[in-house]
Design a protein around this ligand. Structure first.
Ligand SMILES: Cc1ncc(C[n+]2csc(CCOP(=O)(O)OP(=O)(O)O)c2C)c(N)n1
Ligand SMILES: [Mg+2]
Length: 374
């Protein structure tokens, strides 16, 4: 990976001028079309410049934790894929690889008392919110030590203690529930905000539009985060949505909105901080469209016939973790030794999670009907 980043440095020189120009190529370089490889490489350099500026303003301890969480998320999901293939995890399993900057950049701008709700692609977000890798891995294994005692599995991570309200399998269903959570926070005057995550394919559903309308009308402290990974199962956004911009859909409701580069963890953090400020000040909601790319299949059972290896490779060359490491190094905050240590810590945490999950018993049959509401 670092090699790819270095390669980008040279190639980008030839294309850099297009970024500041006009016309379709320049528009694309601003983040409207992330497919062209030359532009992508130029983008990488631009990102790094702004990332370094943002890094210099932030506490070193926080930067380390941000990188650690991204690396932990990546290693955790790689391990999930491995043990899934060994038959240790049953049912569906959706991985977050490639999208780590979205979860880390946004959730690490929250207070611990703030609330999060998300889709089935939830393992890494659960850990960023403070749930232990052990409780997440044991849940994946369907074991008693899991965050919901092994009854939810991959798609239903949940922890009241950590204000993490799932883990939802019905596409877009959580958009309405999260809006209700924001309503409750406002009604009770708790000063909490809600990060309400969903994929771009959920946006075509009625609930998205109904929720945004109500949130803006009632001034609810809800931050809608569309994780645009460009695919809904095997269908690309281009084939399913009449308009390319999701952020702009908020304008129909006169709601604040931003398009954010989801490969840039600092850009995600800054946009989320702006949205949180709006939410705490007068309860104003925001829609953030954060665009990244899903490296793996939709779920572990997806053979991925609908896209080429080259397409995936283009995005991997602008990996959010590599980008963040390169920027941290250039800003002289951390070096290779620090990165090695972080990798080691993440690998140790993942190994401990697997050991815990393996040793945890399956739930007792007498537990079959407890905590079951439907
Ligand atoms: C209401 C509903 N319709 C269809 C499905 C089947 N389904 C599961 S995931 C998915 C694609 C969702 O894509 P997106 O919202 O972009 O999220 P991503 O998986 O990319 O994170 C579909 C159609 C479902 N679970 N719920
Ligand atoms: Mg998607």
């Amino acid at each position: 990976m670092p090699k790819a980043a270095t390669r980008q440095k040279t190639v980008a020189k030839t294309t850099k001028t297009s970024i500041n120009g006009t016309g379709p190529k320049a528009e694309a370089a601003k983040g409207l079309d992330l497919v062209d490889v030359d532009l992508a490489q130029a983008e990488y350099l631009e990102r790094r410049k702004s990332q370094i500026t943002a890094i210099k303003k932030l506490d070193k301890k926080l930067l380390r934790e941000m990188l650690y969480q991204m690396v932990l998320g990546r290693r955790f999901e790689e391990k999930c894929a491995e043990v899934y293939r060994m038959g240790m995890i049953g049912g569906f399993c959706h991985l977050y690889i490639g999208q780590e900057a979205i979860g880390v950049g946004s959730m690490m701008a929250l207070k611990p008392t703030d609330m999060v709700i998300t889709s089935y692609r939830d393992h890494v977000q659960a850990m960023i919110k403070g749930m232990t890798p052990e409780s997440v891995m044991a849940e994946l294994y369907g074991k008693e030590g899991g965050c919901v005692k092994g009854k939810g599995g991959s798609m239903h991570m949940f922890s009241k203690e950590h204000e993490f309200y799932g883990g939802h399998g019905i596409v877009g269903g959580q958009i309405g529930v999260g809006t209700g959570m924001a309503y409750a926070a406002k009604y009770k005057g708790t000063d909490q905000v809600v990060l309400n995550f969903f994929g771009e394919a959920a946006v075509n559903q009625g609930l998205f539009h109904e929720s945004l309308n109500m949130a803006q009308l009632w001034k609810l402290p809800c931050i809608y985060i569309c994780e645009n990974n460009q695919y809904g199962m095997g269908t690309s956004q281009k084939r399913a949505m009449s308009s390319r911009s999701i952020a702009k859909k908020a304008e129909a409701f006169e709601m604040a909105n931003e398009f954010v580069d989801g490969m840039d963890v600092m850009a995600v953090r800054d946009a989320t901080i702006r949205a949180i400020e709006r939410a705490r000040k007068d309860g104003s909601p925001t829609l953030l469209e954060i665009r990244a790319y899903r490296y793996m299949g939709h779920s572990m059972s997806d053979p991925g016939n609908y896209r080429t290896r080259d397409e995936i490779k283009k995005y991997q060359e602008r990996d959010p973790i590599v980008l963040f490491k390169d920027s941290l190094k250039e800003a002289k905050v951390f070096g290779d030794k620090d990165f090695d240590k972080i990798e080691e810590e993440a690998m140790t945490a993942v190994a401990a999670a697997v050991k815990f999950a393996e040793e945890s018993p399956f739930p007792d049959p007498s537990e079959l009907m407890t905590d079951v509401y439907a």
